[in-house]
Design a protein around this ligand. Sequence first.
Ligand SMILES: NC(=O)c1ccc[n+]([C@@H]2O[C@H](COP(=O)([O-])OP(=O)(O)OC[C@H]3O[C@@H](n4cnc5c(N)ncnc54)[C@H](OP(=O)(O)O)[C@@H]3O)[C@@H](O)[C@H]2O)c1
Length: 268
Amino acid sequence: MLEKKNVLITGASSGLGRALAKKFAKNGANLVLCARRSERLYDLQDELIKANPHIKIHIVIADVSDKNSSKNLVEQCMSQFSQLDVFVANAGQGMWSRFRDISDPDKINELMQVNFMGVVYGLFYSLPYLRKSSGSFIAISSIQGLIPVAYHAGYVASKYAINGLIDTLRLEEPKIHFLLALPSWIANTELREHALVGVGRSAVQVKKQHKKNVISALDCAEKIIRALTNRKKEVFIPKIYRYVPILRDVFGSTFDQLVMNKIQGQIK
Ligand SMILES: NC(=O)c1ccc[n+]([C@@H]2O[C@H](COP(=O)([O-])OP(=O)(O)OC[C@H]3O[C@@H](n4cnc5c(N)ncnc54)[C@H](OP(=O)(O)O)[C@@H]3O)[C@@H](O)[C@H]2O)c1
């Protein structure tokens, strides 16, 4: 079903984006891979072409938080492939800090610029082409786009914003298939390493790795692709997390405390 489809992935240089690129390539899709670190992308291109010699891959070095860069990304995709079937808005930055410990409120603006405006720009410029192909727009949100999570205020806000944007666009653009991906923690990505952190002695220090085994980026990518091919509106990863919003409605502050305990377990 994905063979010879043209798929654009933002944030393909590491973590989930890289895993998605591998899975789409295995399914025979042509790829436009975007991120800021060029070497990572060219290495990935070599690896993917070696394993899947029949696909085409085009690399675009782009900053999704920049409007012109995002516009150029879509233009390059169209001049390369003439058609866009799937846009995966994956690029993102994490946050591990109390709100009061960030050095400047504009740090939240910078985070929103990547996590939210990056999706807005990608969607805006790809929309005419996705309408034409009746294609899919996948937004990589998070379970944190549905519940409050301490030390993640800006990140949570950016993911809530994505969910609102995508749920509304579904109503306006019935020709396009919108998929919201709502993963919980994913193992071995660089999200923590590059997260917005606080300053000062009271700033929280997050552990480098998750406490226990969490889903791998490749398994997460597999579930997203399955949801795409089944034209699902949303995918919770793991699936059981679909009960999270309901549990919060029912158990209120007890549920919030459980999440808080889980988060505290990640602090050094
Ligand atoms: N890890 C988790 O537990 C988890 C859970 C739920 C949801 N998610 C979501 O999954 C997505 C991928 O994150 P990840 O966990 O795979 O983290 P990651 O390993 O840090 O990957 C982030 C990717 O985004 C790219 N990126 C960051 N800022 C960018 C910018 N301004 N312009 C272009 N590309 C940019 C990075 O590439 P360059 O630095 O090379 O530009 C990198 O390829 C994010 O949206 C994240 O919120 C992650």
